[in-house]
Design a binder for this molecule. Structure first.
Ligand code: ATP
Ligand code: MG
Length: 254
């Protein structure tokens, strides 16, 4: 579909087109498109930009990566379609491998997503080679399949657009979970150690930039001071304040 460049929401439409293309190519699932719609609704509420309290979460994510021994970046169909270049860059800068990890897992989708990542510049993608696949003990298959060189041994896992169940399973195994989720109310957002309430198309490269400018001492300080509950509360306050202003404007306009 050709998007008119002067369309007021051209950016959003372009992002949707990438997902639709991923769907037509057979690696984005229909459930993924529903998730995107839910994400867009929350993006409206935060104002479609990275809001100040979220910058703190982004710094904490960079700090967690800086101090991790085995950080891993989990990739699903939506994130491959939306921001594979940014994920590859984050992986290169931090040394954290990319792992295809799917809720609706099929071999075909796994291979297609690995291909998208390789086309975006990745030289290694975990979660594909059957010889290295193992199951997490506390989840039912096929959601539980992970790579023994990746998520299985990871101490820090970045999970963009994850579901609440798996976030909890990773936490139960003692891993630090960094979630990217536009819905500050989702189970994922509430149970992750660090929750970045932002669109993946905006925030992944911001994590990379923070990582580049942070040293280990600074990272330790950032994590010591970080409180995810406080950040989530400030995100909700931001939405409330924004709605108050919009409500005043709407009342004035009538
Ligand atoms: P949970 O199980 O955690 O309560 P859920 O059932 O809503 O939540 P899923 O549908 O599995 O979770 O995950 C999709 C989540 O990803 C949604 O919360 C949605 O807001 C978020 N999301 C969708 N698109 C984006 C995007 N582009 N950037 C960031 N987050 C997104
Ligand atoms: Mg869910």
């Amino acid at each position: 579909m050709k998007i008119p460049p002067d369309h007021p929401r051209a950016e959003v439409l372009k992002i949707r087109e990438r997902l639709v293309q991923g769907f037509e190519d057979g690696y984005v699932v229909p459930q993924g498109m529903i998730a995107q719609g839910r994400g867009e609704a929350f993006d409206y509420l935060i104002g479609e930009k990275t809001i100040p309290p979220v910058r703190e979460a982004i710094k904490a994510a960079a700090a967690a990566f800086k101090l991790a021994e085995h950080p891993v970046i989990s990739v699903n169909g939506n994130t491959a379609a939306l921001c594979s270049e940014d994920l590859v860059e984050l992986s290169e800068v931090t040394g954290a491998p990319l792992e295809v990890n799917l809720f609706h897992r099929t071999e075909d989708r796994v291979k297609k997503i690995a291909k998208v990542l390789k086309e975006a510049g990745a030289d290694r993608v975990l979660g594909v080679d059957p010889e290295h696949l193992v199951r997490l003990p506390n989840l039912s298959s096929p959601r539980a399949v992970v790579d023994d060189r990746g998520i299985h041994r990871a101490d820090v896992v970045l999970v963009p657009l994850e579901d609440g169940d798996r976030t909890n399973a990773l936490k139960e195994l003692g891993k630090t979970v960094v979630a990217i989720d536009l819905n500050p109310l989702s189970r994922t957002a509430r149970s992750a150690d660090i929750t970045i309430v932002d669109n993946v198309v905006r925030c992944v490269r911001k994590i990379t930039r923070e990582y580049e400018r942070m040293d280990q001492d600074r990272a330790r300080y950032v994590l010591r001071e970080y409180d995810n509950g406080r950040v989530l509360a400030r995100v909700l306050d931001h939405i409330r304040e924004r709605l108050r202003v919009l409500s005043d404007e709407a009342a004035g306009a009538t």
